[in-house]
Ligand binder design. Sequence first.
Ligand code: FAD
Length: 300
Amino acid sequence: MRLIPRSFEYVAPKTLQEAVSILRKYKGEAKVLAGGHSLVPLMKLRLSNPQVVVDLKYLRPKLAYIKVAGKTVRIGALTRHAEIEHSAELKKVVPIMPAAAEWIGDMQVRNMGTIGGSLAHADPAADWPVVMLALNATFVANGGAQRKIPATKFFLGPFTTALKPHEILTEIQVPVPPSNHGWSWKKFERKAGDFATVNTAVIVVPGRKGEIADVSIAVGAVHVRPFRATDAEKVLKGEVPTMDLIREAAEKAAAMSEPSADLRGSVEYKREVTKVFVRRALVEACERAKLLKPEAAVVR
Ligand SMILES: Cc1cc2nc3c(=O)[nH]c(=O)nc-3n(C[C@H](O)[C@H](O)[C@H](O)COP(=O)(O)OP(=O)(O)OC[C@H]3O[C@@H](n4cnc5c(N)ncnc54)[C@H](O)[C@@H]3O)c2cc1C
């Protein structure tokens, strides 16, 4: 097997405008390079053969940041997984993000890979898309003018997003969940550092009477794209959570999955682990939101 990319032109623009105009000029034949941890392997395998590689390294000072501004966290697209993993601010306001970052690949991957690169790459088994769906994030793209795309409309299929070929993802905007929210990130992987067999992110907002006022459940790796398990959310929203309801919701989430059989397991196996991991995530999120006492969840 050849592990040498086809020859390509390399450019490293100094500004976002310059980067966008290069992408416009090459009309889909140019690819931006962020952390390179998905693009470079694909180029080596010759599964991606761009004519021009547009390295964003000089844009890092402007596009790598984590800013909490009122009710929104703004994260620059070039922020690395490790920067999110170790962010003290995020651990306080959106703890699911550092918790999920810790599960991405290994230390080398986390030290180079970027959140924007992961979202733009849209691997159906990637971790950030699932977390962003659960958090109701919005993505800011720039292709000359700025455009906002909700996470729910961003992932169109395997390795396909709503980004136009000349657009660069510049910022991720995450609404800060209420301080009493419960959350859970669960990822099932065959071996440490692997992509997910299934991954799920759950956010639960408690109401005044012990009920679930709001819930979002996102699931990845078991469909052509990550999805919100809306049938499962309907089971729980407005209800005081019980293990029976949680089991029912987990079953609905698994029923919405459409996994394909591969080296990570059969269709039936993947549906089963989806059910188990969504159930565990719901229990943990409800416990963190103080809606379920730990002893209530005898079977997780
Ligand atoms: C060994 C290994 C293990 C991994 N394990 C995991 C894992 O467990 N979970 C997981 O989620 N991921 C995993 N990954 C993928 C990793 O997280 C990548 O870093 C990530 O998917 C891509 O980010 P990047 O910054 O490296 O992007 P690049 O590789 O530089 O780019 C990826 C694609 O996105 C485009 N792109 C990049 N940035 C932008 C932007 N700002 N705007 C528009 N387009 C852009 C590029 O043109 C390219 O098409 C793994 C990778 C490796 C090599």
